[in-house]
Design a protein around this ligand. Structure first.
Ligand SMILES: Cc1cc2nc3c(=O)[nH]c(=O)nc-3n(C[C@H](O)[C@H](O)[C@H](O)COP(=O)(O)OP(=O)(O)OC[C@H]3O[C@@H](n4cnc5c(N)ncnc54)[C@H](O)[C@@H]3O)c2cc1C
Ligand code: SF4
Length: 327
């Protein structure tokens, strides 16, 4: 690990001012960043600790939504009674991630910005465009069992690992950002993450020095919310495929549906194709299968991960059947 300097920010404005110096980075829970520093993948020369900023609260919004502070721990968000009753898909996604100890440390802002779990990204002897732009992609043609089947590029086929972000995608959350000049802006989560294109090292639309201060959840959508995660073992494992869904039925037909996938792309993958195939159709397995086919129409396997395409379809069907039954 390289040497670095450290300071603890006392307020949000001081934090963004401090991080504007060259080589500086925010640290929240440190559960991802410190691992990456130990492996010499992230190399900050200065850490600005934002974990003690007063951004831990979960507050009611006038429109019936919630504001989740960027420093709210994953475990606190998952356990919050308002989140559990009004946004169960978020609570379920959070509890499906990592372990109890990690969730106690992991922050909402840090979870959104965690890096991919592509093994070549972690192996500094391997070429990786995300880690070292221009060095190639070892996963393409390599061992790519956990990689993307949608939205990938010749430069990078990595997936985004967050469960929480997938649930926030079906909830149409907005992310509030504070800039170094004191400006505040909000970005919808659908526009927050980027596809890899030929710049996979640029993962979000965050501007240099911007800090996530909160996540805003709009009033809960109507319908049953469900998060289903499929992984290699029952806990403490990232998703091979996950589905977040919100489904309403009326007289045996799907009246409204929202669907997002995790584990299939460089970002949480909202499937408008699946939603269109569901809306107004009978709430039957034939409809769910048609939606699954629509969702994966453009999916491309990389070899080892070909199984993910069928897995994603089946996971969606199971999730929809469960949601419709209970709605
Ligand atoms: C063994 C293990 C298993 C895991 N399993 C899962 C899993 O199954 N599902 C899952 O979703 N996650 C999983 N995780 C990942 C875990 O959820 C993340 O490590 C955690 O959420 C990151 O939050 P943090 O506060 O520790 O971020 P940090 O490590 O402190 O920061 C991560 C990044 O975000 C930046 N950052 C942090 N806060 C802000 C902010 N407010 N504004 C701007 N930038 C910021 C930092 O500069 C850094 O680049 C796992 C992690 C481990 C180690
Ligand atoms: S998939 Fe992306 S992260 Fe993995 S080796 Fe290729 S460029 Fe690197």
């Amino acid at each position: 690990m390289r040497s670095f300097t450290y300071e603890r920010a006392t307020d949000a404005q001081a934090a963004v001012a401090a991080v504007s110096r060259a080589g500086a980075k925010f640290i929240s829970g440190g559960t991802n960043l410190l691992d990456l520093m130990k492996l010499d993948i992230e190399k900050p020369s200065h850490l600005v600790d934002i974990s003690r900023l007063p951004l831990r609260d979960i507050e009611e919004l006038p429109d019936g939504g919630l504001r989740i502070g960027a420093q709210a721990a994953n475990s606190d968000v998952a356990a919050d009674a308002r989140v559990r009753t009004r946004y169960p898909v978020l609570s379920e996604a959070l509890v499906a991630g990592a372990s109890g100890q990690l969730r106690n440390k992991a922050s909402t802002g840090g979870n959104l910005l965690q890096r991919t779990r592509c093994p070549y990204f972690y192996d500094t002897a391997a070429g990786c465009n995300k880690r070292d732009p221009g060095s190639g992609c070892s996963a393409t043609g390599g061992f790519n069992r956990i990689h993307a089947v949608l939205g990938a590029s010749d430069s990078c086929i990595a997936t985004h690992p967050s469960d929480m972000a997938v649930a926030m995608t079906v909830l149409e959350a907005e992310i509030e950002l504070l800039g170094a000049d004191g400006s505040v802006r909000r970005v919808g989560i659908a526009d927050f993450y980027r596809l890899p294109g030929d710049t996979p090292h640029i993962e979000t639309v965050l501007r240099p020095g911007e800090m996530i201060t909160s996540v805003l959840l709009p009033a809960p959508p109507t319908g049953r919310q469900i998060y289903r995660k499929v992984r290699d073992r029952a806990s403490y494992e990232f998703a091979l495929v996950s589905v977040a869904a919100v489904v309403s039925t009326d007289q045996g037909a799907v009246s409204e549906a929202r669907v997002a996938f995790g584990g299939v792309a460089h970002k949480p993958w909202r499937s408008i194709e699946a939603e269109t195939a569901l809306t107004g159709r009978p709430a039957t397995m034939a409809t769910y299968r048609a939606a699954a086919e629509a969702a994966m129409r453009d999916a491309v396997g990389q070899g080892h991960n070909d199984f993910k395409i069928e897995l994603a379809k089946r996971t969606l069907c199971r999730t929809l059947a469960h949601a419709a039954q209970a709605s």
